[in-house]
Write a protein that binds this ligand. Structure first.
Ligand code: ADE
Length: 256
């Protein structure tokens, strides 16, 4: 997959994406990143990329022409069809389903804004989609673009060493949170590894993991789960989790 990043700080994303899974995906040739700096396309002595907003108010607005030229250069660098995605707090929130959709594309152009924003006419003319990484405001789109790059990189085939591990992640298996994980030692001052994980009984382990996933989602992110659409087996697992959890609360009340 090829990702082109239009940004005043393209090196930022390059450096964010040099390590771990993303770095490896790049080394393996599964992902290539290319930066395009609108300043390189700005004209005049000062190579301006921004100006004051019409109507007054604080901050600066990014100019149409340098951004447009940078986007055009990015588009022209590869013949594959591309989408231009503008990272902005005004877009719909990024989800794992959207990440999957983007990761399946041959290429992507990510547009990062700075200052107060981008001239609206550029957005209307060039942007196919806006995406936000959450309901908070960053000082620019670069961190958000790095998030998108990371999330799509790890889904490229061959990027993860254990091919299974992406499908077991939170949100991947039907939108539930992941179950808890443990490794050695079995006994530790901080607690014990749950017995069932040591049993070697794969059906029981799978059942426990499913119950924990359902339970965690119910506790932490009920917005992700539509209990009514759970099948009978899942509903029974969630009931078991819930009664154990509530009993645990009772016991800790008793301790107090
Ligand atoms: N740019 C500034 N804030 C952002 C956000 N929350 N998501 C994506 N891009 C942004």
């Amino acid at each position: 997959m090829r990702v082109d990043i239009v940004s005043l700080f393209p090196e930022f994303i390059d450096q964010c994406s040099a390590f771990g899974v993303v770095g490896r995906a790049r080394e393996r040739g599964l992902l290539s990143l290319h930066g395009w700096n609108p300043r390189d396309y700005a004209t005049g002595n000062y190579r301006r990329v921004d100006d004051r907003p019409f109507g007054g108010g604080p901050g600066m607005v990014m100019l149409i022409d340098p951004l447009r030229a940078a986007i055009e250069a990015a588009r022209a660098a590869d013949p594959a069809e591309t989408k231009v995605v503008y990272l902005s707090p005004q877009g719909p929130r990024l989800t794992q389903a959207k990440v999957r959709e983007l990761a399946a594309r041959p290429r992507l152009v990510l547009l990062c804004g700075r200052y107060e924003g981008i001239d609206e006419r550029l957005i209307e003319a060039e942007v196919d989609e806006e995406l936000s990484i959450g309901d908070y405001v960053l000082s620019g789109g670069e961190l958000a673009a790095a998030v998108v790059v990371d999330a799509v990189a790890r889904l490229q085939e061959g990027a993860l060493n254990d091919a299974d591990s992406a499908t077991q992640d939170s949100f991947e298996a039907d939108g539930l949170l992941d179950c808890p994980h443990y490794t050695r030692p079995v006994e530790h001052a901080l607690g014990q590894v749950p017995e069932v994980l040591l049993s070697g009984n794969h059906a029981e382990i799978a059942r426990w993991r499913r119950m924990e996933s359902l339970g965690r989602t119910w506790l932490r992110r009920p917005d992700l789960m539509d209990e009514k659409s759970l099948n009978k087996a899942d509903r029974a697992l969630l009931d078991t989790f819930r009664s154990r959890y509530l009993r645990g609360l009772d016991e800790s009340d008793g301790d107090a």
